[in-house]
Design a protein around this ligand. Structure first.
Ligand SMILES: Cc1cc2nc3c(=O)[nH]c(=O)nc-3n(C[C@H](O)[C@H](O)[C@H](O)COP(=O)(O)OP(=O)(O)OC[C@H]3O[C@@H](n4cnc5c(N)ncnc54)[C@H](O)[C@@H]3O)c2cc1C
Length: 307
């Protein structure tokens, strides 16, 4: 119920304007977002690298309605790739197709994604296309498969809550496309996605096994300890070395798990969002765990009382 409410609010533009102006919600957002500027993200990434994690920079933005906003996103991503290369960071980038104009036109999006990929290729960098709501799934996979023939440095994401996902895993594995496996963060109807967590988790495990066995350097992206353990156990049984896959987690979530995995010798990449367009991202993080809001209010009250 709360999950659905936060996901519903994530699309409300009027609320976005109101909420992003509030100091309270901005403070909450910066638990999950590195800061407003690329400089902030670079600073965070340097620290993460120093402590043994790799990273992925996400310049926040999605569902853009203006062509010039989509074109500006290309410049932002090129700047991020240049900084990664210039500063020698152990990081790649994550991009949303609706940030590159997919809602405006497929051709525009293809042109803009190609431009970012070209720069990434010149710099020997990897670009991950994030997966958005199910209305975009097929178009995202088709575009990634198509561009992968020219840019081997592109990969994407599959969501275990979608019924279709095992077919997509096999399709992307066959093409040698790198996949990040997640549970899925959007509000989907029962006609396309499993409503029950147990089914989402079961399919996550099946997809994880298929990716570890037949995929190209898959990323197991979850904070679910049981699934992380299942991946470690399966990789161990199958003699799949720690250098053939990685775990991924979100900035600001389950730091204890992130640290434990690095200490145990696993590769862990942290997804680091930055920028001022954090509203929908924050709403999805609250939808995953509404208690985040409660914890935050409590800690704020405690701080105020102590002051
Ligand atoms: C690196 C990365 C990239 C992602 N990219 C995409 C993408 O492209 N498309 C997409 O749809 N989704 C993406 N997601 C989000 C994903 O779909 C899930 O919504 C999210 O990871 C929460 O699910 P979980 O696997 O952690 O499992 P859950 O069962 O939701 O959570 C397991 C445990 O993790 C902790 N946890 C999970 N979420 C939170 C939170 N918000 N705050 C605090 N604790 C939390 C809690 O301890 C919880 O018990 C990404 C996730 C990661 C880690």
């Amino acid at each position: 119920m709360l999950r659905a409410s936060f996901l519903y609010l994530s699309h409300r533009r009027i609320l976005q304007r109101l909420v992003t102006r509030q100091r309270f919600t901005a403070a909450l957002a910066y638990r999950f977002v590195a800061g407003d500027r690329l400089d902030d993200a670079v600073r965070v990434m340097k620290e993460l690298n120093r402590r043994g994690w790799s990273g992925s920079l996400d310049h926040l933005g999605e569902n853009v309605e203006q062509e010039r906003t989509a074109r500006a996103a290309v410049e932002d991503y090129v700047a991020a790739l240049d900084r990664i290369a210039g500063e020698g960071l152990n990081a790649n980038v994550s991009v949303k197709l609706t940030q590159l104009g997919l809602d405006i036109s497929g051709d525009l999006c293809r042109e803009l994604l190609s431009r970012v990929l070209q720069r990434a290729q010149q710099l020997n960098a990897f670009l991950r296309v994030d997966m958005e709501g199910s209305a975009y799934t097929e178009r995202t996979i088709e575009l990634v498969l198509d561009l992968h023939a020219r840019y081997a440095n592109v990969g994407t994401v599959l969501q275990s809550y979608l019924y279709r996902t095992m077919d997509d895993v096999r399709r992307l594995n066959a093409a040698g496309v790198r996949v990040r496996l997640v549970k899925g963060a959007y509000d989907e109807p029962a006609s396309v996605a499993y409503p029950k967590k147990a089914d989402v988790d079961r399919q996550f495990e099946a997809a994880m096994r298929e990716l570890l066995t037949h995929g190209t350097y898959p990323a197991i992206a979850t904070h679910d300890e049981r699934l992380i353990e299942a991946a470690r156990a399966f990789a161990g049984e199958q003699h799949i070395g720690n250098d053939r896959y990685e775990f991924q987690m979100l900035y600001g979530i389950r730091r204890d798990l992130q640290e434990g995995l690095v200490r145990a010798g696993y590769r862990v990449r942290i997804y680091v969002p930055y920028g001022t367009e954090w509203y929908p991202y924050l709403m999805r993080r609250l939808a995953e765990r509404p208690a985040n809001l409660l914890f935050f209010v409590r800690s704020l009250v405690r701080e105020r009382r102590a002051a």
